[in-house]
Design a protein around this ligand. Structure first.
Ligand SMILES: [Zn+2]
Length: 147
């Protein structure tokens, strides 16, 4: 649909014409065509890492603003980071997020909020610090073990 809209706006390229004719289920064909269309249009697209950083930053900022709760914020940041690093195993931007991920798994699987951090409060404090760093563009804070 976006491709069709672009054609209406006069952005006509052969790739875009093909893309506009495809059905949304043709995901593999669409993925193949996208680099061609981008090239034809001569537009610069954001690197995937930049997109992920921005999206995760939005979640962090919503959490800091009190719009979403701790667990929801943590899940959101983790899931954006996983989208970028989906091919890697257990990768996070830093050890803090790795420990927070394992903490969340422990909460989900065993209802245990004490993993590594000692308490949910300590885990949330670590996450809050991390979110502040993300939003303010600082480096990831170093993890501190609870208890
Ligand atoms: Zn980090």
């Amino acid at each position: 649909m976006e491709a069709a809209h672009a054609l209406v706006r006069g952005l006509e390229t052969s790739g875009l014409v093909e893309l506009a004719g495809m059905h949304r289920d043709q995901t593999l064909d669409i993925e193949d065509l996208i680099p061609q269309v981008i090239d034809e249009l001569g537009v610069a697209i954001a690197a995937r890492s930049t997109v992920v950083e921005r999206r995760a930053g939005e979640v962090a900022s919503n959490y800091l603003a009190g719009d979403i709760a701790f667990i929801e914020g943590l899940s959101g940041v983790l899931s954006w980071q996983a989208r970028y690093f989906e091919e890697g195993y257990g990768y996070r931007c830093c050890d803090s997020m790795l420990w927070l991920e394992l903490w969340l798994v422990s909460v989900d699987d065993d209802d245990d909020t004490t993993y590594w951090f000692g308490s949910q409060t300590a885990a949330e404090e670590t996450f809050r610090e991390h979110c502040s760093a993300m939003v303010e563009g600082r480096k990831c804070p170093k993890p501190e073990k609870g208890r």
